[in-house]
Design a protein around this ligand. Structure first.
Ligand code: NDP
Length: 328
């Protein structure tokens, strides 16, 4: 496929390394607001050219674009790419409002193109195994989930996320969207209501939150509690799914590294389940490339991106009002 990258971002470098592992991918161009950054990124990552005008990139006869600009640009860039006949892999959150997200999904449907969301945690072997075991009833009826996704935001990412509400900064739109999507993926159920309390620890500015705890109510009465933070130094991520007949416990799975430990606790025993190490972005982009060729679905669709946003936006509304919020 002929690829264009929109956004000369940190994550785009990571994704380019993974995409390079897939056969038949051509790195045609990258678009950045700065000519210097565009040229540098193109040189470093092996793209044919750097552009500062999106229209110039989209005129290159692309098959697909990967959008990893700051969040407030995702909507307009997606619509432009779809109009130019491209499939789109968009970063999360896919937009800044639910109406915009719905518009993107509708535009992709009308154009007959694939719109995917880069919810990379679906690619984690640990999460795929947990999802299978939950569906097979291996831990009985699931009634609760505990998610600890509190991390220390590395210094090179301490930019717009901490200072720019207009770009969709804050830990809720950055990390809760991933947790919300992962819970939908693991449970195969929709979230109906959320209660969120946010925190300001001094890392984020401009009224943005850098910590959040949430209680999310899913179909069938399943309760999930999640914790997201930018200020948790040396913390380990944890994911514990609780059933009436046992539990599944993962450590380290909520990250960009494709390795984690998983144990199945049942009948008074702890059974370690060895999991293969995977490149999360390679797995996700492989599914996307196949979906563009008519083979299956991306790991997370545009609708999945819209649903994870709905949960996160309801969480922000809950935090602002001090009350539980129904999820649209
Ligand atoms: P970055 O801050 O690295 O990049 C965002 C934009 O900021 C870039 O497109 C670039 O704009 C500009 N920029 C980047 N570095 C510099 C710099 N040194 N000086 C000036 N401008 C710069 O963002 P991230 O890579 O962290 O995030 C991008 C998107 O990807 C977000 O939507 C985020 O939510 C998502 N993301 C998803 C992850 C996942 O695993 N799914 C992981 C991390 C992020 P320009 O291109 O115009 O030059």
């Amino acid at each position: 496929m002929r690829w264009g990258f929109i956004g000369a971002s940190n994550i785009a470098e990571r994704v380019a390394a993974s995409l390079r592992k897939l056969p038949g991918q051509a790195f045609v161009g990258v678009c950045s607001r700065s000519a210097e950054r565009a040229a540098q990124f193109a040189r470093d990552q092996g793209f044919e050219a750097g552009h500062t005008e999106l229209s110039a990139l989209l005129a290159q006869g692309l098959d697909a674009v990967y959008i990893s600009s700051t969040n407030e640009q995702h909507h307009d860039q997606t619509l432009a790419a779809l109009a130019a006949g491209c499939h789109v892999m968009c970063e999360k959150p896919i937009a800044m409002s639910l109406a915009d997200a719905a518009g993107m999904v509708e535009a992709a449907r009308r154009a007959g193109k694939v719109l995917a969301t880069n919810h990379h945690l679906r690619a984690q072997a640990t999460h795929q195994a947990m999802r299978r075991m939950i569906a097979e009833g291996k831990i009985g009826r699931v009634h609760g989930v505990q998610v600890s996704h509190a991390v220390y935001l590395p210094p090179h990412l301490q930019g717009w996320r901490l200072s720019a509400p207009e770009a969709g900064g804050g830990v809720v739109l950055d990390i809760l969207v991933h947790d919300a999507d992962l819970l939908r993926f693991l449970l195969g159920r929709e979230a109906r209501r959320i209660t969120t309390v946010t925190q300001r620890n001094g890392m984020a500015q401009g009224g943005l939150e850098d910590g959040a705890m949430n209680l999310i109510e899913f179909d069938d009465g399943i309760l999930a509690q999640t914790h997201e933070s930018f200020v948790a130094r040396d913390a380990m991520t944890r994911l514990h799914v609780l059933g009436t007949e046992g539990s599944l416990y993962a450590e380290g799975s909520l990250s960009q590294a494709g390795e984690a430990t998983l144990s199945w606790r049942h009948d008074g025993q702890v059974e370690p389940l060895p999991m293969p190490k995977v490149d999360l972005y390679e797995v996700g982009f492989d599914a996307f490339v196949r979906a563009c060729a008519g083979d299956g679905q991306p790991l997370a669709t545009g609708v999945d991106g819209e649903r994870s946003m709905a949960i996160a936006l309801a969480g922000l509304a809950s935090a602002a009002s001090g009350q539980a919020r129904l999820i649209d």
